[in-house]
Design a protein around this ligand. Sequence first.
Ligand SMILES: [Fe+2]
Length: 313
Amino acid sequence: MSIQGIEGVTYGVEDLAACRRFFLDWGLQLEREAPRRLEFATLNGCQVVVADKNDPGLPPAIEAGSTLREIVWGADAQTDVTRCMKSLVGAPGYFTRGGEVGCADPNGVAIRVRVSQKRKIDIKGVPANTWDSARRVDTPTTLYERAQPVEVGHLVFFTESLAEMEKFYCGRLGFHVSDRYPGRGVFLRGAETGGHHDLFLMQPAPPKRGMEHVAFTVRDIHEVFGGGLHISRCGWQTVIGPGRHPVSSAFFWYFKNPAGGMAEYYADEDVLTGAWRPREMAATTHEFAEWAIIGGLDGNTRRQGSGPGDEPG
Ligand SMILES: [Fe+2]
């Protein structure tokens, strides 16, 4: 059984117009639009649906306000979905429909599993020249004026039932543990060989349940910076970033998201295989960030850009 990653997410929101502006600035494609529902897509066809929070068709919310209402997980093949149909029997809200299976996870969030419809796309990040390996020769780097996220790469939730959530995702959906903050958090990935985490679950003290952030994969570190500067210039507020996570080695930049929680651009995360042994780490701010900028960078005064007061040099 192999869940390959996130096929799509659905938000229920209070301010649809603000979310429309945010996700267009964020670099998603608006594919369909109705008065109470927007359907965006990333470059590889991962879907981001934003609906009015009072839409009766939405699964229930696990917290007040704008938040994530459904996660769609993508499997390799229909045989994988069929296995999930069996392994999820008895879960709250269980249903099967048109070759898909759905239920609620122990956190109360609706999930659905289907065969992945994401496209293989031919885009390339900028290779880095390191001391031992020059991968970019006679080739200047890309300067990104804005980001175009490749896909939704991972989701982060607060939970009051960490052990139950780990058991659900690993036992019923075949996820793998990548790393742990014992008793406080667990990083999970669907595919054995793949990016460091598709899901990070945190059990804070005092207990709390909710969505923390949705992370969008971009091609390389330069797109994290270029995208973040653009979003800043559009007037959206940084929570923290840019910065770098020691646990996954990824570069990140987090913004407040009017659809709920935060949205993150990230790139250059570790890729793990079956040979990886999960680590146990202390949940400290040091583990969260090797370095990070609170409040972000000012996208209007960068020297290379088009902001006022630019000077060469
Ligand atoms: Fe993240």
